[in-house]
Each structure stands twice: as structure tokens, then as C-alpha cells.
Design a protein around this ligand. Structure first.
Ligand SMILES: NC(=O)c1ccc[n+]([C@@H]2O[C@H](COP(=O)([O-])OP(=O)(O)OC[C@H]3O[C@@H](n4cnc5c(N)ncnc54)[C@H](OP(=O)(O)O)[C@@H]3O)[C@@H](O)[C@H]2O)c1
Length: 327
């Protein structure tokens, strides 16, 4: 038997989430069984747990798009019992039982070896949010946005993606401007490396097709009017890496920034990202982040607190990242 957070739906379509003891025989198919050390709460996990977004594709479902643990049983050539592994995405916690459980059975192609530089707990403190922030930074680099080009805007600054984007960009020598709805967290954002802080209200209302050019590039986890305004205020030849929808999934923009300022909108998906890119992103994270950086961003909870914390996360009351320990 093992402990898991289980999302169930009754015949009336009402969702119920509770910590349950499950039998290993109930685990889905897979060539690797992992003893999970820890998982985490991402925005998507919070949508799944609260039922506020159509994340879960079938019920019952164990949520958790990230996990870190030790291989217990394996028929894969790539991993053997005792190997420390990490998983991000691939539809786990959406269509395949995920990481918020003491055990997971998985397709070995979804796993990567745990980077030596991090403990299992640290990999989950980074999680999909930190790995996605790294992919966003890599997209800016690939489009030639070097630190000398000017300021980089990070929206959703206090969130998981935002916090890591600030930390990574500042470590790479960029001058970072953080956009937030929580000015009371200014000290935290400055500690991560933000040089300036702006009120997110300046970006969240409908704006002009083109505005004063301010940013050489941006990492946006917010979408909607915010992303439209970020595009409108990006300098000639700049790049905006878009990964999120915390304000909304719409994009009420015009083509003006693309055709008059040559702006690039780089879409970032972490879920189905090919394995080679994941390994490269985790290698860069290992190079750039210290234990102190990770600690500054992270709080730790147990499985029993996950439901309550998921609701707080969607209310914008969680700062940085949340690790869920299963040990
Ligand atoms: N594309 C991918 O593969 C991928 C991967 C990871 C995450 N994501 C997406 O990226 C987004 C952020 O994820 P996360 O894990 O960092 O979530 P998070 O920790 O909840 O952070 C989201 C942040 O967005 C800001 N925010 C919230 N509501 C807002 C609103 N109505 N208007 C403007 N800003 C708002 C808040 O920052 P402030 O309080 O500082 O304003 C909040 O902390 C989510 O939409 C998530 O689904 C996508």
C-alpha cells in the first residue's frame, strides 16, 4: 500500500480530493516504478486539485506534474533499481497518475537522471516552474538577447516561473525589471536580483498597439492584456518568451509589434519538450543556481496540506515554490 492524493469525480460530476491509501496493483502501466521522495505544487497542479481548470483528463487521478525519487523496479535498459530520477510533465498528473503519491509507475522515456548538483528536494524546489524559466531564458539567448541589449521584464514575478526567471537572468548579468501585484514582496524580488519593480496594473489593462519601447526582452507567465502590452512595449528586434496564462489565455494584441518592430514571440512549452532540451536546461540550472538561491524561493509542506495550499496558490497568496515531501 502507498499514500497518494487522489482526485475523484462522483456521478453528479462533483470533484473530491483526499489523501488515500492505494494498492500498488492500482498503479497504471509503465516500465519503471519509482519510490517518490518529493513532488511540488505548480500552477497546473493547483488547477487540477481545485478543479478550476480542465487539467485532469480522466478520473480517478493522482495529480502532480513533477516528481523526484528512486527507481524501485525497472524493465527499462536506461534505468535500474537505485537510480535517482526526475520527471517534469509529459502529461503526468493530467492523463497518467502523477507525483503527489509515495509511488509512481511511469514510462522510462519520461525520466531523466537527477542532476548530481541537486538533492531530490532541490530538484522539486526548481520543478517545472524553474525548468520552464530556464527554457524561457534559453529562448532569449537563442534570439540574441544579450545583457548589453537592455532591460528584461519578468511578469508574474512572485510566482514560481517568475521567481526563477529573475534569479537566472540576474545570475547571467541581465538587468531585470519585475512586474508584480504584490509590492509588499519588493525585498524578496530584489534579493532574487530584480533591479526595478513595477506594478502589474501598468500592464494588465487594455493598452495601445505600440507603446514606448522599454524592454530588450521579456519572460511572461501571465498572458492576456499583460502579454499584449509587453509586446507593444518591447524594443526593436526584441524577444518575448511566453509560457503562461495567470491573467488569461487570450491575447488581445495587434500585429504592429511584429511588423513594425520585428519583435519575436517565442512560445515555450515544457510538457512535451524533447529530452535533449530538458537535459540541457537542467545542466544550465545546475551551473547557475546555488542552494541559497533555491532556499530563498522555497517553502515545504506535506501531502496533507496540498489541497489547502493549492487554493492559496490560485489566489496568488503563495510566494515562489512549494515542495511536497512524501518521505
Ligand atoms: N508553458 C509551460 O510549459 C508552463 C510551465 C510552467 C508554468 N506555466 C504557466 O505559467 C504560469 C505561472 O506558473 P507558476 O507555476 O509560476 O504559477 P504561480 O506560482 O501561481 O505564479 C503566477 C504569478 O502570476 C501572477 N498573477 C496571478 N494572477 C494574476 C493576474 N490575474 N494578473 C496578472 N498577474 C497575475 C502572480 O504574481 P505577482 O503576485 O508577482 O503579480 C502569481 O504569483 C501559469 O499560467 C502556468 O500554467 C506554463
Amino acid at each position: 500500500m502507498f499514500k497518494a492524493l487522489l482526485i475523484e469525480k462522483n456521478e453528479e460530476g462533483q470533484q473530491r480530493v483526499s489523501v488515500k491509501q492505494l494498492d500498488e496493483a492500482q498503479l497504471p502501466d509503465g516500465d519503471v516504478t519509482v519510490k517518490v521522495d518529493c513532488s511540488t505544487l505548480n500552477y497546473k497542479d493547483a488547477l487540477a486539485i481545485t478543479g478550476k481548470g480542465p487539467v485532469v483528463k480522466h478520473f480517478p487521478m493522482v495529480p502532480g506534474i513533477d516528481l523526484a525519487g528512486i527507481v524501485e523496479v525497472s524493465s527499462s535498459d536506461e534505468f535500474k533499481p537505485g537510480d535517482a530520477v526526475v520527471l517534469n510533465g509529459w502529461g503526468v498528473g493530467e492523463q497518467h497518475w502523477g507525483g503527489l503519491a509515495e509511488k509512481a509507475r511511469l514510462d522510462s522515456r519520461w525520466l531523466i537522471a537527477k542532476p548530481d548538483a541537486f538533492t531530490a528536494q532541490q530538484t522539486m524546489a526548481i520543478g517545472t516552474a524553474g525548468y520552464t524559466a530556464m527554457l524561457c531564458v534559453m529562448a532569449l539567448e537563442q534570439h540574441g538577447i544579450t545583457p548589453d541589449r537592455g532591460d528584461i521584464l519578468v511578469t508574474g514575478a512572485n510566482g514560481g516561473v517568475g521567481s526563477y526567471a529573475i534569479s537566472l537572468l540576474s545570475r547571467l548579468g541581465y538587468r531585470v525589471v519585475a512586474s508584480t501585484g504584490r509590492p509588499q514582496e519588493a525585498d524578496y524580488l530584489r534579493q532574487l536580483g530584480a533591479q526595478d519593480i513595477i506594478d502589474r496594473k501598468a500592464l494588465s489593462e487594455p493598452g495601445r498597439a505600440l507603446a514606448k519601447p522599454r524592454w530588450a526582452g521579456a519572460v511572461d507567465s501571465v498572458g492576456s492584456h499583460t502579454l499584449a502590452n509587453v509586446l507593444a512595449s518591447t524594443q526593436y528586434g526584441g524577444t518575448v518568451a511566453a509560457c503562461g496564462l495567470a491573467q488569461g489565455m487570450d491575447l488581445p494584441a495587434t500585429v504592429a509589434p511584429f511588423i513594425l518592430r520585428g519583435i519575436t514571440l517565442a512560445g515555450i512549452d515544457s510538457v512535451m519538450r524533447p529530452k535533449a532540451d530538458r537535459i540541457e536546461a537542467w545542466r544550465r540550472l545546475s551551473e547557475l543556481l546555488t542552494a541559497k538561491d533555491i532556499d530563498a524561493i522555497t517553502t515545504t509542506i506535506n501531502l496533507e496540506s496540498a489541497v489547502e495550499t493549492a487554493a492559496l496558490l490560485l489566489e496568488g497568496k503563495v510566494r515562489g515554490r512549494v515542495v511536497v515531501t512524501l518521505d
